[in-house]
Design a binder for this molecule. Structure first.
Ligand code: AGP
Length: 367
């Protein structure tokens, strides 16, 4: 079948803009917004009987899984081991039969992720996967499928599949929390309501497009960039750096902001842009102190925060992007939108082939 770009310049641009809608479809598969509860029979898996989750994935899907780890551990008190699939498959990690194997993949065909799935199957684990392609090999070989309803993703750089994966993982953490008795009915109602707000906030985030384009004009002049974040903003920093590398070919690295002192701070000088992802959450003050360290060395800060964060930080930045205040659980999903736009417009300014970047394939089906 043919998917068209509509009136957009690139598939990636179209897919970024589709996010409020596809996230909404995806969430509705797991959550009953009118009742404010998770849907009954969302999964055959009894999370109360699961002792750990052994997760693996590649690239952007791996970063989605890393964010999911924060949610499962915090909301459902369920420990998650996560690794890139190319390491997981050979690591011979001790696995217990009560562990749930979880794979995240847009295509459902990625060679290393599929090999990890088959390895876990051999070890007798229950296999579950978050996949976008329902007819894929991973979907067929799983005991439980958690679909993302992102629709076909054509751009090689993953955007809407990522935010839909996150929407599924956040919903599943609530499902697991409910089954394990780590959250109350009231917590469930609150979390379901907070998740139901993602499409509305994502729509607002899309309105930052002109500003993101203007910032990208500056970013397209640099050779290197650093992304920092704490908590769930840390894996999002990794994802931001990956997105920029993939399509603009600018060298970028993502770091947990607390790691700055342990090495990357040596890179900071007047020519280094530092993209700081810092919603006003429990980590905010800590991240601000890292920003001070960057500013003191002349680093150029691009701060992505919310209204409370912008009011609380008095630091001079090169650019400050202000999102509305929103519940903590949804920040990595909503903040993904400006992060994607930043990479997209930078690549547009560089004149690269945004949808088909050099050396990359949409689905990596060989090792
Ligand atoms: C994302 O922008 C990438 N092109 C890549 O990292 C991708 O996420 C990875 O190859 C995994 O693919 P999958 O989700 O189809 O398994």
């Amino acid at each position: 079948f043919l998917v068209s770009k509509g009136n957009r310049r690139h598939f990636m641009e179209k897919e970024i803009h589709e996010q409020p809608e596809v996230i909404s479809h995806t969430l509705a598969n797991y959550l009953d917004f009118s009742k404010g509860t998770i849907r009954a029979n969302v999964t055959p898996i009894d999370f109360a009987k699961v002792d750990r989750i052994a997760a693996s994935a590649c690239g952007t899907a791996y970063y989605a899984g890393l964010i999911g780890k924060y949610w499962f551990e915090q909301i459902a008190r369920l420990p998650v081991d996560i690794d890139v699939a190319s390491e997981f498959r050979y690591r011979e990690m001790p696995l217990s039969k009560d562990s749930l194997a979880l794979f995240v993949s847009q295509s459902g065909e990625t060679a290393d992720t599929l090999a990890s799935l088959r390895y876990c199957k051999q070890q007798g684990l229950t296999i579950s996967s978050v996949v976008n392609v329902r007819e894929s090999t991973m979907a067929r070989e799983s005991d439980a499928i958690f679909p993302t309803l992102a629709g076909p993703e054509v751009g090689v750089a993953s955007t809407k599949a990522f935010t839909c994966q996150l929407s599924v993982l956040a919903s599943l953490a609530v499902v697991a929390g409910k089954m394990r008795g780590t959250i109350s009915d009231e917590d469930e109602r609150r979390l379901v309501h907070e998740l139901s707000e993602i499409p509305r906030y994502a729509t607002q985030a899309l309105k930052l497009e002109q500003q993101m384009e203007a910032i990208s004009r500056d970013l397209s002049q640099v050779k290197h960039a650093l992304y920092l974040g704490r908590g769930t903003s840390f894996p999002l920093a990794l994802e931001g750096a990956l997105k920029l590398k993939e399509i603009s070919y600018i060298h970028a690295e993502g770091y947990a902001a607390g790691e700055l002192k342990h090495g990357p701070i040596a890179l900071i000088d007047e020519s280094m842009p530092v993209i700081v992802i810092a919603p006003y959450d429990r980590w905010f003050e800590k991240t601000v102190s890292n920003m001070q360290e960057v500013a003191a060395r002349g680093g150029k800060i691009i701060l992505i925060t919310d209204e409370r964060g912008a009011a609380a930080s008095t630091l001079k930045t090169m650019h400050t992007v202000i999102l509305p205040d929103m519940p903590e659980i949804i920040t990595p999903i909503v903040y993904a939108v400006p992060i994607q736009m930043l990479a997209y417009y930078t690549a547009v300014f560089m004149g690269t082939d945004v949808d088909q970047p050099r050396n990359l394939a949409k689905s990596v089906t060989v090792e």
